[in-house]
Design a protein around this ligand. Structure first.
Ligand SMILES: [Fe+2]
Length: 340
């Protein structure tokens, strides 16, 4: 029998400042993830409940009603993602999910320099799902508050002022996805993957899972392990941007979703900095000349995942003045990672 340790913190420890920043960072370094419980004040159970109810109602709508909000018709990457919007993952053998994406809701910033690729602007919601806008905006705001608290701990643990990142999260490129895995009769085997192995692109991801399916890669044992689901609890996964900022001390967690044949809902919130923020490795973790612009990295990755975005750029409808393919990180002292 193997007894597995599950890293879990109570959100009250974070708010009450009893959780040492070093403990949080060491946990992320050792595991690449942790669970967060004690969230009743931050995310009321009724908000988790109405989030799932909204997802059920929206995804059960006729395809025509969903496609009215097709993400490919959005100017700022918001809306419905059908199963056919398939990313470039060679191991995605049994893709059976659809999604609905929102971001930081802000009025159109205007074309300050004639470019419109910044993914910034208002959210769009189906009018036929009552309360969906209010629920998703409330859930986005709750996750952003939790993300800000985690980021402040990371700043303290990295010998920076607690509010170091606050100035870079005024109009964040943080996204929230509602993901619906359709019930299916795909022959289930250990290698049937509905969402291919990948790391998330942002600082960290805060996930609410309604049922099992997520698996994470353990670098020590080189094996995949199922991530358990706990009620009214969130799972926090380290992402690419945190790996870059920490010079690879914290590694982004490689994860995937295995098809179980069962219907499943998952709600990841991707905590990110503002689109234009240029980042480099934080001083405490070493030195590097490399600079990365948060939004360029994000867009480089999204183009891999969304054929409509690639087409929009290839056809010149979105003008890009940077190398979309050149958004791989170079972590000092680490070999270049294979595409995951
Ligand atoms: Fe992911």
């Amino acid at each position: 029998m193997t007894i597995r340790t599950i890293p879990m913190f109570d959100y009250a420890e974070i708010l009450g400042r009893t959780l040492a920043p070093e403990t949080l960072l060491e946990t992320l370094r050792a595991y690449g993830y942790f669970y967060l419980s004690g969230l009743d004040a931050a995310v009321p159970p009724r908000l988790f409940k109405s989030l799932k109810e909204n997802a059920e109602t929206f995804f059960a709508s006729p395809m025509g009603a969903k496609l009215e909000y097709y993400i490919g018709h959005s100017s700022n990457h918001r809306g419905y993602v059908p199963t056919s919007e398939k990313g470039a993952y060679s191991d995605e053998t049994a893709r059976v999910y659809e999604a609905f994406d929102i971001g930081h809701d802000v009025a159109w910033p205007g074309a300050r320099d004639g470019r419109d690729y910044r993914l910034i602007g208002p959210n769009r919601y189906p009018t036929h799902v009552p309360g969906m806008a209010e629920t998703l905006e409330a859930y986005y705001a709750a996750n952003f508050r939790i993300g800000t608290q985690i980021l402040r701990l990371i700043a303290r643990g990295s010998r920076l002022a607690e509010d170091h990142f606050d100035r870079y999260t005024t109009r964040p490129a943080s996204q929230l996805r509602m993901i619906h895995y359709l019930p299916n009769d795909v022959v289930v085997g250990a290698d049937d993957v509905s969402m291919g192995a990948h790391t998330d692109y942002e600082l960290f991801t805060i996930i609410h899972q309604a049922s099992p399916g997520l698996a994470a890669f353990d670098r020590k044992t080189q094996t995949w392990g199922a991530m358990p689901v706990f009620k009214n609890t969130l799972l926090v996964l380290a992402g690419d941007m945190l790996e870059f900022l920490t010079g690879g001390v914290v590694r982004a967690l490689l994860h995937r979703v295995v098809s179980t044949g069962e219907e499943r809902y998952s709600f990841p919130f991707f905590m990110n900095l503002d689109f234009e923020t240029e980042v480099s490795i934080l001083p405490v973790y070493g030195k590097s000349e490399q600079r990365v612009v948060v939004g360029q990295h994000l867009l480089g990755r999204l183009c891999r995942d969304f054929p409509y975005l690639r087409a929009r750029i290839d056809e010149g409808r979105w003008r890009i003045d940077f190398d979309l393919q050149g958004q791989e990180f170079q972590i000092p002292g680490q070999e270049r990672r294979a595409q995951s």
